[in-house]
Write a protein that binds this ligand. Sequence first.
Ligand code: MEV
Length: 428
Amino acid sequence: MFADVKTSRIPGFYKLSMDERLRKVAEFAGLSEEEVKLLKQFGNLDPRTADIMIENVIGAMSYPFAVAVNFLINGRDYMVPMVIEETSVVAAASHAAKLTRESGGIFAEASDPVMIGQVQVVNVKDPWYKKMVLLEHKEELLKIANEQDPVLVKLGGGAKDLEVRVLDSPKGPMLVVHLLVDVRDAMGANAVNRMAEAIAPYVEDLTGGKVYLRIVSNLADRRIVRAWTKVKKEVLGGEEVVDGIVYAWAFAAADPYRAATHNKGIMNGVIAVALATAQDHRAIEAGAHAYAARDGRYRPLSVWEKDENGDLVGCLEMPMPVGIVGGATKVHPVARIALKILGVKSAKELAEVMGAVGLAQNLAALRALATEGISRGHMELHARNLAIMAGATGDLIDKVAEAMIREGRIRFDRAKELVEEFLSRKGS
Ligand code: MEV
């Protein structure tokens, strides 16, 4: 009766070859030959590399790889690789970066790359006293942690400090040990996890409690980047635009509904660079939003003000847990190229660039929102994309896009008609 019911319960699926897996998926989903062929196009990611990066791989998916220009950060010019599916982001970043250049560009400073490892201890009768005991044994605990990664220690990193918190949880009080680890040029989650795991038995001995979780915290509030810039009012189009941007920020500062969108605009830039350089972008997102809510209310990650001359000044502060060694950064060949284009020499420098990009992206969005609105730029790009999809090339792309915008009919069928019309006029 259930003979033809499809099942996703496939024992040993992971052990099959990539082709066999793909065949099973194709059967399950009724994929066409064409679709199967498309999934198998690995492009610039070698299938063997893809297969070791994650489990159950059946193909690859390409995203556009672009470069934002005009970035002057800490007095140095950068070309910024961005991978993203959303139109306008790269153009907006480049435009905002240009606006900042006249007043020296964007400045950024990242803290030491310190990540936090958490060890959760439960069933401790006297948590406040055991907190003291743990702190008394800080040096031994740090030593055990550092034995896990002699290379990191040799590079000047390693477990540097230890803090202990007593939490009031729904399951009663619990002790939480924070191991503060300088991870140097790595994103660092793996090193921190190993260290947290290594100290756990000793923590249990010292407290008489039971350790459950031993894991990095994504609220990386010890690994912060700060970016700031000034934009002359004339460059922006006058003091009214400056006021509009400051009002836009004030709205976000007063309202979490707006702050979420404001920060999404920042993350458009940050995550596009994170994807191009194969960072753990979920960690960056989680850290950013937790940091935005760190005082109990969700707030914008940036601040925009008008200075004494009527010019716009802005700054941004957020966690930036990124690495240039280890993980996918080193495995994905395109991520390596992205790092080469950036020319960054350390994770700290990469964090600074990404903070600057976030600030520029935010500036671009607020300037557009405070003036013509966001749709126009999107519409122009969308119209151009439709024109290209309809077969327009060269000058024809702009002609078709402009005609659709003029008519207020930005649709694929209209793009096709216009392309045919223009081509037949040209031919006759
Ligand atoms: C769209 O991807 C991002 C914006 O919504 C950001 C913002 O509203 O500040 C334009």
